[in-house]
Design a protein around this ligand. Structure first.
Ligand SMILES: Cc1cc2nc3c(=O)[nH]c(=O)nc-3n(C[C@H](O)[C@H](O)[C@H](O)COP(=O)(O)OP(=O)(O)OC[C@H]3O[C@@H](n4cnc5c(N)ncnc54)[C@H](O)[C@@H]3O)c2cc1C
Length: 256
């Protein structure tokens, strides 16, 4: 592996496990986010190495019994009956407390969002994964993060990780929120250069990024949010002078 390749984000695989976890606490940690803290014996061995990992959360119909699938050498064995709705969320694992937090952005008409609003201590939630991680070096000299509310938990996890570095890289984050009040979720990270775009306006995000000067080397670009927006943003960074291995773009949700 060349020195340059060693500086690329690296994929790692985890053994897939489905876990039925207990809701330990429910906390309204921000104007826009409901935190559900999960624990229990099944959390044993949980690992998540990438700041933008995802776990799949399962939401069975109220009153129905959901038996988590079994992972076998032949693949995943699902039980009888319809599979419940599932959604991807960023795992926020605290190894010192052996607890897993999930921060749900609360919005209209969502299975996951509604579940989070009604969850109570003692409820259970089945999660799968993370199945794999992209481990992105923390010390790239120049780093750009673009997201909306759905990516704020991953961004928060990342910036809290960077806080622990002896010397902080140059970070720019462009975060779009539907309401000014949602900024409070990142208030403790205001020592980073976070530019806010208030009111979902994809054009304003494009304009904020239009004059971005990407350095020749040692950079990382992370683009997430609504699918069509991410596609547009990715297009802005598909250039001959930008290494695609240093650009990560991922749709976090779709406008339906
Ligand atoms: C890798 C990854 C990590 C993610 N991590 C998180 C996380 O930690 N926290 C988090 O809140 N989300 C996260 N998301 C996004 C989350 O999975 C989606 O927002 C999901 O659609 C929410 O499910 P729901 O059941 O609440 O809404 P759905 O039933 O999927 O959608 C219901 C309606 O709400 C709209 N909608 C969905 N999401 C949003 C949104 N974010 N803002 C506004 N409208 C929306 C839909 O277009 C639809 O009209 C992540 C997604 C990915 C891919």
């Amino acid at each position: 592996m060349t020195d340059k390749e060693q500086r690329y984000p690296q994929r790692v695989r985890n053994t897939l496990r489905f876990r039925q976890l207990d809701v330990l606490r429910v906390e309204r940690i921000s104007a826009g986010f409901q935190r559900i803290v999960l624990g229990g014996e099944a959390l044993e061995g949980f690992t998540s190495q990438g700041f933008d990992d995802h776990s799949k959360l399962f939401f069975p119909q109220p009153g129905s019994v959901f038996v988590p699938p079994q992972v076998t050498d032949e693949g995943i064995l699902w039980g009888e009956g319809p599979r419940p709705a599932s959604r991807d969320y960023t795992p926020l694992y605290d190894a010192s407390r052996h607890e897993l937090a999930i921060d749900f952005f609360i919005h209209e008409g969502g299975v996951a969002s509604d579940w989070a609003m009604h969850a109570r201590a003692g409820d259970t939630l089945t999660i799968g994964g993370p199945r794999g991680s992209l481990v992105v070096p923390e010390d790239y000299a120049w780093q750009l993060y673009v997201c909306d509310e759905s990516g704020m938990p991953a961004l928060r996890r990342r910036l809290e990780g960077l806080n622990r570095l002896a010397s902080r890289p140059q970070v720019r984050a462009v975060v779009t929120v539907g309401d000014e009040a949602y900024k409070d979720y990142l208030a403790h990270l205001s020592h980073y250069n976070i530019e806010w775009v208030v009111g979902h306006n994809p054009q304003a995000v494009v304009e904020a990024l239009a004059s971005t000067q990407v350095p020749a080397d040692d950079y990382f670009i992370w683009l997430t949010g609504e699918g069509a927006v991410v596609k547009t943003l990715l297009g802005m960074f598909e250039r001959d002078d930008i290494d695609p291995q240093r650009v990560r773009g991922q749709a976090y949700w779709h406008n339906k």
